[in-house]
Design a protein around this ligand. Structure first.
Ligand code: 3HC
Length: 284
């Protein structure tokens, strides 16, 4: 266990936050999970419980490890409960104002040694850091979905992030059994900068009349991707994908990032992918 980090707080109990909390507790960190919605918090916690049970059923982990992990995980009622955490990872909605407000509030409540991390997929870490009085203790930790399965964590240093913070977080990622890469603090970092334009291009092909199954099979069988780009888009969420593309387009200012009009229409229709039951495919 890291000397510097023993307790981790996770804010946001959605798919990403719950996944991060699960991995944290399984690694051996005392882990606290919070969400402003009690319902989301309960669902996130239940989801972790059932993921752990599935891992036991599949004999991937022992029942003892599942129980110990759950014992290390607690649901908390407010940000004040994070006061004894050494690291707080934020995984809330992708909205720069809401994230800045959250970090501002945390900054007033939490001892100054605690490191703040954001799981943002596209927002500037430099900007989030500037909303606190401890900008050297802010870092981006971008986990991939599904968190318990995917080996990568992109680390993003803001202009202000200190070497000490970066080194501490590198070691936390390693303890979680994951590999980190260092991205520059530019929109989309590494993965989304490459992945989102690729998926966008697949949607242009769909718009031009190529069948969804053919696009996905081409990329699955032709480039050994585990999921075709349209299936992956449904998995990530079309609203999330559109949000990231808009940031890439606006902040990098190049037409190659222009979101495909068909993607915009799907999001307008409320067809967000798996989570809404319909995206490029239907899910019952
Ligand atoms: N949570 C936990 N475990 C999960 C899971 C989930 N949501 N979904 C699947 N798994 C586990 C399964 O239990 C299974 O474990 P096992 O091998 O120990 O039994 C393993 O993953 C493989 O699952 P399946 O056999 O059901 O299905 P697949 O072989 O198709 O794998 C997948 C599923 C791992 C999701 C695989 O299709 C994949 O790697 N897809 C690509 C995912 C990807 O690219 N993610 C990155 C998205 S980009 C991102 O997150 C950035 C963001 O900012 C947009």
């Amino acid at each position: 266990m890291s000397d510097a980090i023993k307790r981790i707080g996770v804010i946001g109990a959605g798919q990403m936050g719950a996944g991060i909390a699960q991995v944290s507790a399984m690694t051996g960190f005392e882990t606290k999970l919070f969400d402003t919605s009690e319902d989301a918090l309960r669902r996130g916690y239940k989801g972790i419980e059932s993921q752990l049970n599935r891992l036991v059923e599949k004999e991937k982990i022992s029942a003892e490890k599942a129980n110990d992990s759950l014992a290390r995980l607690s649901q908390v009622n407010g940000l004040k409960d994070f006061q004894d955490c050494d690291l707080i990872i934020e995984a809330i909605i992708e909205n720069v104002e809401i994230k800045c407000d959250l970090f501002k509030e945390l900054d007033t409540l939490i001892p100054e040694n605690t490191i703040f991390a954001s799981n943002t997929s596209s927002i500037s870490i430099t900007r989030l850091a500037a909303s606190t009085t401890r900008p050297e203790k802010m870092i981006g930790m971008h986990f991939m979905n599904p968190v318990p399965v995917m080996k990568l964590v992109e680390l993003i240093r803001g202009l202000q992030t200190s070497d000490e913070t970066y080194n501490t977080i590198c070691s936390v990622v390693e303890q979680m059994g994951k590999t980190s890469v260092l991205a520059v603090d530019m929109p989309g970092f590494i993965v989304n900068r490459i992945l989102c334009p690729m998926i966008n291009e697949a949607i242009y092909l769909l718009q031009e009349g190529v069948k969804a199954e053919d696009i996905d099979n081409a990329m699955k069988l032709g480039t050994n991707q585990p999921m075709g780009p349209l299936t992956l888009a449904d998995f990530v969420g079309l609203d999330t994908l559109l949000y990231i593309l808009r940031i890439l387009h606006r902040e990098l200012g190049e037409d190659k990032y222009r979101p495909c009009p068909l993607l915009v229409k799907y999001v307008e229709a409320g067809w967000y992918g798996r989570k809404s039951g319909r995206g490029f495919y239907s899910y019952s």
